[in-house]
Ligand binder design. Structure first.
Ligand code: NAD
Length: 260
């Protein structure tokens, strides 16, 4: 379905970004990876996806807190693979503390990586999409773009901002072949969430399994994690022609979290 399309997925060396990159590649898209990690492991990942799905892959190590590196990444993907048809803004970080104790530099980093990076990548990729009159922009927000949790002021502010940005871009592109939507996952068991489980187990002096159960029990009615494969399939659907009139939507995939 996506044969010949080129997808840039930020933060795709791990977790949700990697799941989405694999799903897009399985549908035929060539993939530009981004994110931190061991150089050899990233090279192996690129080769594995290229070989498994018979697509082209590339990698750019842009730090998503640095606008000039984001612009350089978009330019490099356009130069090496030909264009950026699908942009998945996924890279993100988390920090947990009450607002009166929240370190300023953590606030600035979360806003930069989880929100402003989306703006910079969209701004850089949009002219090429407009020229082709086709594009898919998928912003990985969070259920925290729809509702809040204590201790997560920067993350909640950034993710609410991502949904606002998604709507504004969707309106500006509404008469074109470019769509912009957000996906709002609940708990997904990735390294970002594993850290919160480990911190919870240490703070509550309970096992990892009990910490997992209490984490899910507080917020996610299904009591089960969302998977990266499920999010990948939604991203593929949003890239299909069936989704061409889905514009400015914020899809929650959250085991019922936001329904409460
Ligand atoms: P993860 O930690 O597994 O992956 C994050 C990715 O972003 C990695 O590839 C990492 O290298 C990259 N990254 C981090 N900082 C970067 C930077 N400055 N520049 C470039 N790359 C950077 O996390 P994840 O859980 O897969 O999260 C991915 C996205 O999904 C995030 O935006 C997160 O907020 C969102 N999300 C996650 C969950 C969850 O439960 N895991 C729920 C809702 C939303």
């Amino acid at each position: 379905m996506l044969k010949g399309r080129i997808a840039l997925v930020t933060g795709s060396t791990s977790g949700i970004g990697l799941g989405i990159a694999r799903a897009l590649a399985a549908s035929g898209a060539n993939i530009a990876f981004n994110g931190f990690g061991d150089a050899g492991a990233i090279e192996a990942l690129q080769q594995d996806v290229a070989k498994t799905f018979d697509v082209s892959t590339t990698y750019h190590g842009a730090d998503m807190s640095k606008p000039d590196q984001i612009r350089d990444m978009v330019r490099q993907v356009q130069a090496t693979l030909g264009s950026v048809d699908i942009l998945v803004n996924n890279a993100g970080i988390q920090f947990v503390a009450s607002v009166d104790e929240f370190p300023e530099e953590r606030w600035d980093a979360i806003i930069a990586i989880n929100l402003s990076a989306n703006f910079h990548a969209i701004k850089a990729a949009l002219p090429g999409m407009k020229k082709a009159n086709w594009g898919r922009i998928i912003n990985i927000a969070s259920v925290h773009g729809l509702v809040a949790s204590a201790q997560k002021s920067a993350y909640v502010a950034a993710k609410h901002g991502v949904i606002g940005l998604t709507k504004a871009v969707a309106l500006e592109t509404a008469t074109t072949g470019i769509t912009c939507n957000a996906i709002c996952p609940g708990w997904v068991l990735t390294p970002l969430v594993q850290k919160q489980i480990d911190d919870r187990a240490a703070a509550q002096k309970v096992s990892g399994d009990d910490a997992k159960k209490s984490l899910l029990g507080e917020k996610q009615p299904s009591q089960d994690f969302v998977t990266t494969e499920q999010l990948g399939q939604l991203a593929v659907f949003l890239c299909s022609s069936a989704a061409s009139q889905i514009r400015g939507a914020a899809y929650n995939v959250d085991g019922g979290w936001a329904a409460q």
